[in-house]
Design a protein around this ligand. Structure first.
Ligand code: FAD
Length: 422
């Protein structure tokens, strides 16, 4: 039986919503997740979790499950677009684990999502099993009893709870339901996402170097940049490549992408980029990149927002999901510490602990759009000098970013996870 009398409804079963559900479950709070999609899952792409997010995932007691699916990069490498020359490197792997008490990891998104879902549903874990409803799009919220918000689905079902969390992504209906504008700003850029089979990379002498060390690599060039890293222990190279937008965003925000168009977008770069991209298999895609204006209003009474619903950011610090994961940890700390009467204040404390922090990451991610895409010249040279000497990008240091929001849970604080060889 739950330690708590209150029950939480979460709209959205993405990485943010599921981490919130699991964090609350672990603290004895009953959660119901409503997901619009007919089946739960994630896009076929990679995701990086920096120590600020990995420590939260580890504190959920998921170390064996995560270690079975993670790939741990040894270094971070920055390269120049024209000839691939290395601008800067910094050690990741054990160095990061030692310094921050938690690892820098790469995952296939579907694997990470599955581990979270299985933990939510596992009857043998502590806390009440999470109730998950798919094909349940939340279209409106009935707040006639402000202390019992009701999430209403498109087919008219009603889910009442003591708390409603909008973890329903960048086009959040819950956000709209509490009277906030979507606040979205289009960046003018889009990102190609592709998976390249590791065996094709190994078979080609021109790309085999990518398997020598597992690295998190970024190539900087005028107007565009490209990120790649290995996932599933080298089964795939995940590529994310940001370029000026060509999607008609009045029609759609994402679409399939062809290998030819990706290769063409990098035709004047180091030849190895075209060689890598030409090996893409499966459905590659392109995504228009939006961000939310920085906004400190995430809560109204018994309703609050989490993740992209309140702080959508450009992926130029690889931190959107990581910030959602931090939200989940803080939300669970605050909600599990109060009775029903204390819910509005607990949600305000959640916002005050998270909104400024996430807002700074939003700002830093936006600054990186300029920082990454400088044309060759004095500013680019200054940037490259900074990359060699500063532990971070933009004006946000890794020291601040990777330590994350201070948590009360000693299990989730740095130095909690001894580096032992696994
Ligand atoms: C190219 C790219 C690369 C990225 N790389 C990284 C990275 O390396 N590291 C990182 O930390 N972040 C990264 N991000 C950011 C990250 O993907 C997002 O910030 C993160 O997925 C947000 O999680 P979320 O749960 O808040 O929202 P979402 O992932 O959008 O999940 C929302 C969920 O809610 C569901 N939903 C939507 N509306 C409703 C509704 N009305 N009712 C019910 N369900 C609903 C959706 O179907 C979805 O399942 C990247 C983003 C991009 C575009």
């Amino acid at each position: 039986m739950s330690r708590h009398t209150h029950a939480v409804t979460i709209a959205g079963g993405g990485l943010g919503g599921l981490t919130a559900a699991l964090s609350l479950r672990q603290r004895g709070v009953q959660c119901t997740v409503l997901e619009q999609a007919p089946e739960l899952g994630e896009v076929g792409a990679g995701i990086q979790t920096a120590p600020n997010a990995s420590r939260v995932l580890l504190a959920l007691g998921l170390r064996p499950q995560l270690e079975a699916i993670r790939t741990e990069p040894t270094d971070q490498v920055r390269r120049r677009w024209k000839d691939g020359s290395v601008i800067a490197t910094r050690p990741l792997g054990e160095a990061v684990w030692r310094e921050y008490g938690a690892p820098y990891w790469h995952f296939h998104r579907a694997d990470l999502h599955r581990v979270l879902l299985e933990a939510c549903l596992d009857p043998d874990r502590p806390g009440p099993v999470v109730e998950v409803h798919t094909a349940s799009e939340v279209v409106s919220v009935d707040s006639s009893d402000a202390a019992r918000p009701v999430a209403v689905t498109s087919d008219g079902r009603r889910f009442a709870g003591d708390v409603l969390i909008g973890a329903d992504g960048v086009r959040s209906n819950v956000r709209r339901a509490i009277g906030l504008s979507d606040g979205l700003v289009f960046s003018g850029e889009m990102c190609y996402r592709a998976l390249i089979p590791g065996d094709k990379i190994a078979a080609d002498p021109a790309t085999r170097f990518l398997l020598d060390r597992f690295q998190s690599t970024m190539w900087y060039g005028p107007d565009r940049h490209l990120v790649h890293y290995l996932i599933r222990g080298g089964e795939y190279l995940n590529v994310g490549a940001s370029v000026p937008n060509t999607l008609d965003i009045s029609q759609r925000w994402s679409a399939p992408a062809t290998v030819d168009e990706m290769v063409e977008a990098f035709s004047d770069w180091d030849d190895r980029i075209a060689t890598i991209l030409s090996k893409a298999e499966g459905v590659s895609s392109k995504w228009a990149l939006f961000r939310q204006r920085r906004d400190p209003f995430w809560a109204d009474g018994h309703i609050a927002l989490l993740g992209d619903a309140c702080h959508a950011m450009l992926p130029y610090q690889a931190q959107g999901a990581s910030q959602a994961i931090e939200d989940a940890a803080v939300l669970a700390e605050e909600l599990s510490a109060v009775t029903r009467a204390g819910i509005p204040d607990a949600l305000l404390r959640y916002v005050s602990r998270r909104a400024t922090h996430a807002g700074m990451v939003q700002d830093a991610s936006l600054k990186n759009m300029h920082f990454y895409h400088l044309a060759d010249g004095p500013q680019q040279e200054e940037r490259d000098r900074l990359l060699r000497t500063f532990e971070g990008e933009s004006d946000v240091s890794y020291e601040w970013l990777w330590r994350g929001t201070p948590l009360r849970d000693p299990d989730a604080m740095p130095q909690s996870y001894p580096l032992v060889h696994r």
